[in-house]
Design a binder for this molecule. Structure first.
Ligand code: F3S
Length: 62
């Protein structure tokens, strides 16, 4: 499972990092970057919740 951030859509709402801080962090400008594109085993639900938390639908987990 892999996390992808659409940097064109990300507007810096930071809800991804608030919801799943072990999978997402914010860069110096406040935009999301996945800590590691690969989702560690057992963290799939957290990754999906982080994606759903984004109002811009900038996160894809597949
Ligand atoms: Fe960006 Fe959405 Fe997170 S707008 S900072 S990917 S909640």
């Amino acid at each position: 499972m892999k996390i992808t951030i659409d940097t064109q859509l990300c507007s810096g709402h930071a809800r991804c990092a608030a919801t799943a801080p072990e999978l997402f962090e914010l860069d110096d400008s406040g935009y999301a970057v996945p800590l590691d594109g690969e989702v560690p085993a057992g963290r799939e639900k957290e990754a999906r919740e982080g994606a759903w938390a984004c109002p811009e639908r900038a996160i894809t987990v597949e």
